[in-house]
Unconditional design. Structure first.
Length: 317
């Protein structure tokens, strides 16, 4: 079983880090914690991570500008082989360069039901507003503070007489339950057939006058009321493969692609003799630029000239 490599950034006790670390000990967990790093060398969570055999790194941010410190942390993350980053009580604003370097691969836990109460003092603000519930959110980190897409939330009831401290303590239980589950879902989503189909769908339907249907038991994409230019196949006839099938210009191109990378490309049953080629989507990281390019090429083989002219015109800009 492939396990995604996750680095966790902390600044203090690291209780959410501990929740992620102990969840990772289960054999079925799809991620492993490869590094716990901190901007605070005295952070109590570092001792816990070290005791559990997880590599640690700590360096004070004092005396360094934000970009230089983040570059230092970034170097350690990449040295550890991290594929994803989980912020767990990391009390540092991140530089735009750092966020951009981990775009779409960095999560954060926030103690409110986003988009409500971004920033600090979330529990007191919820109490002062007379809310019936506080809660926590896991979101993708973007350049804007606490503003990335929300992946999961848990509501926590606000009880009569609650203080910010009592609500925070109860919300922490919810965070510990939510974060490992959302992280596990997130690191496996790129192997999920539904997620992969959605990525193909967005690119295929962006082409002029394309539509989606079902054909040969597969999701298919074609020119409206015209020929098909792509199929999404998932375990078709029990082959266990998730792939995109696209047309090539000739059998020679099909053979060339398969010879160039036989792990990525293959000759699909039924459609293969007609010059179609399969592109595996279940091998790990997908080159979506390549997928988009092959979709466009395949679309051109079936599109009327007036439609290809539209695409050519768009390419001029």
């Amino acid at each position: 079983m492939h396990k995604a490599k996750v680095a966790v950034l902390i600044s203090g006790r690291g209780s959410n880090m501990a929740a992620l670390l102990y969840a990772a000990k289960h054999p079925a967990c799809p991620y492993e914690v490869v590094l716990v790093a901190s901007n605070n060398p005295q952070a109590p969570g570092l001792a816990l991570a070290a005791a559990e055999g997880v590599p640690i790194f700590a360096h004070s941010h004092k005396g360094l500008n934000r970009a230089d410190f983040d570059a230092l942390i970034d170097g350690e993350l990449r040295k550890a082989g991290a594929e994803y980053v989980a912020l767990a009580g990391y009390m540092r604003l991140l530089s735009p360069e750092f966020v951009a370097g981990w775009e779409g691969r960095m999560l954060n836990v926030h103690p409110s039901l986003l988009p409500q109460y971004k920033g600090l003092d979330t529990h007191q603000r919820a109490i002062d507003a007379g809310d019936g519930h506080g809660g926590c959110s896991i979101h993708i980190v973007t350049a804007d503070l606490d503003d990335g897409p929300v992946l999961g939330q848990t509501q926590v009831a606000i009880l009569p007489g609650d203080t910010a401290e009592s609500l925070a303590a109860r919300t922490l239980f919810a965070e510990h339950q939510l974060y490992p589950r959302v992280l596990a879902d997130f690191v496996t989503r790129e192997r999920s057939p539904d997620w992969l189909l959605d990525q193909v769908r967005r690119r295929a339907l962006a082409l002029p006058q394309s539509d989606e249907g079902m054909s040969h038991g597969m999701s298919s994409f074609g020119i409206e009321k015209g020929k098909k230019f792509a199929y999404f196949t998932q375990d078709h006839h029990g082959d266990g493969i998730i792939a995109l099938l696209v047309k090539t210009s000739a059998p020679e191109e099909q053979a060339m692609l398969i010879d160039s990378d036989p792990d990525l490309y293959y000759r699909p049953a039924y459609l293969g003799p007609a010059g179609w080629v399969g592109i595996r989507l279940d091998l790990g990281e997908v080159d979506w630029d390549l997928v988009e390019n092959r979709l466009q090429r395949s679309w051109r083989t079936v599109a009327p000239k007036k439609l290809t002219a539209l695409l050519d015109a768009a390419d001029q800009f």
